[in-house]
Design a protein around this ligand. Structure first.
Ligand SMILES: [Zn+2]
Length: 192
């Protein structure tokens, strides 16, 4: 799946969880960090590709990407597995409290938003032909539907004409259907 489809699915997942399981308090800094973190989380699993957008922030990005590639044990392997989720979960749990100032940002909300982004990425890739090596280092690949011939090809018309607009439509529909929850969230933010 392409980056923007992953972003859209991650955001749709984030607002769904936020409406169903709203935080007790939310300030503007945390809300902003959560949305940005959600997109970063959705981008992280493909960090093993030298073309990953996260590398764009680094000087000599193509070189750095290629250099680090062996670390991820090949494309769509470690980062798209349960082991990868486990490692990222623990790494973020260590890093986030250190980089986010607790005076301004509730790191637990950002942490949850990043993991939602990460896991939504795996759900998105599960419907593509390549499937997911969930049990990596075992080579077995999983997907939905189980027969790969019924799954979609990344960047092709089903993704661009159905999945991406469908996700956007879902976001509008969901916000419209849960506007009470979103008004409450905005109130929380305005109260800080
Ligand atoms: Zn991926």
């Amino acid at each position: 799946m392409t980056g923007r489809t992953h972003d859209a699915i991650a955001f749709a997942s984030l607002i769904t969880v936020a409406a169903i399981n709203p935080p007790e308090s939310l300030n503007i800094a945390t809300a902003t960090a959560a949305v940005v973190g959600n997109i970063i989380g959705a981008t992280l699993p493909d960090v093993d590709q030298s073309t990953n957008r996260l590398w764009d922030f680094l000087p000599g990005r193509d070189y750095v990407g290629k250099l680090l590639k062996p670390l991820f044990l090949g494309h769509r392997n470690l980062t798209h597995s349960f082991l990868g989720v486990f490692i990222v979960y623990h790494l973020l749990g260590i890093v986030l409290p250190k980089v986010l100032n607790p005076q301004y940002v509730n790191y637990e909300i950002v942490y949850a938003a990043m993991m939602i982004g990460y896991i939504s990425h795996l759900f998105g890739d599960a419907i593509t032909k390549e499937g997911l090596p969930l049990l990596f280092p075992l080579k077995l690949r999983f997907g939905f539907p189980p027969i790969s011939a019924f799954r979609i090809t990344t960047g092709k018309w089903i993704e661009n004409i159905i999945i991406l607009p469908g996700t956007a439509a879902y976001i509008f529909w969901f916000i419209g259907n849960h506007h009470g929850e979103f008004v409450r969230l905005l109130k929380l933010i305005s109260e800080g």
